[in-house]
Design a protein around this ligand. Structure first.
Ligand code: SF4
Length: 221
């Protein structure tokens, strides 16, 4: 969870209702903030800055992932890879809807590709979470549902999270319908999915219906 530097308020998705009353931020303010994010160089000693975040002030669904991979870094389009294809298939969303920032905001834990380590990509830089996340969330007053993709997002945003991603996903009902922990849809996790068929058979249909209800059936609310 995020602690605001200004007033020591603990930020959680649950407290956003109160903040939405206090927030008068406009599309212009969000645009200015996103310009600042895109100019961010906080981690330039560690990586090649190329922040990838998409959001519109009317978004109702937030997808918080891990960090861009090489293909996303090269194209500047979030989830523009096989992981994104599987995530869209899980949610039953075409690309047009998925990238419609009026409905869906996309923000990884680390906005820039973190580079390679000995065993794959490095973890997301924590600077984004500490410096940017609460500022962006404060300008998205209509968010109702958060998809927390991967353990980093779950550790940051799930109250009383378990230590493992598998446990968080197994206990997904603990936080439903506002916060939904998901495994990363990377092809590298295909074995995890095969070993837990209940996830795609039972969890995904409910999540998909929930997202469709939010984005499509309640679109005018
Ligand atoms: S990872 Fe985040 S904090 Fe670091 S340079 Fe990129 S946008 Fe800035």
């Amino acid at each position: 969870m995020i602690r605001f530097a200004d007033n020591e308020t603990i930020f959680t998705p649950e407290t956003m209702t109160q903040r939405r009353i206090d927030t008068t931020d406009s599309d212009n303010e969000l645009s200015r903030l996103l310009q600042d994010v895109r100019a961010c160089r906080l981690c330039e000693q560690h990586l090649e800055p190329n922040p990838i975040v998409k959001a519109g002030s009317t978004a109702r669904l937030m997808i918080i992932g891990q960090a861009p991979g090489t293909r996303v870094h090269a194209t500047g389009i979030p989830w523009n890879d096989p992981s994104g294809d599987r995530l869209r298939a899980w949610l039953g969303l075409d690309k047009e809807t998925f990238y419609d920032t009026r409905r869906i905001a996309i923000m990884p834990m680390g906005f820039c590709y973190p580079g390679k380590g000995r065993s794959g990509d490095l973890p997301p830089r924590k600077e984004c979470y500490e410096h940017w996340h609460h500022k962006i969330l404060a300008r998205l007053p209509r968010l109702e549902v958060f998809l927390l993709v991967g353990l980093y997002a779950q550790q940051a945003y799930l109250p009383n999270a378990y230590k493992s991603l598998s446990e968080n996903v197994k206990h997904w009902r603990d936080w439903y319908p506002r916060l939904i922990p998901l495994p990363h849809p990377s092809p590298r996790n295909t074995l995890w999915l095969k070993q837990r068929p209940w996830f795609e058979e039972e969890v995904i249909p409910q999540v998909r219906n929930h997202v469709h209800d939010l984005l499509i059936n309640q679109a005018d609310k």
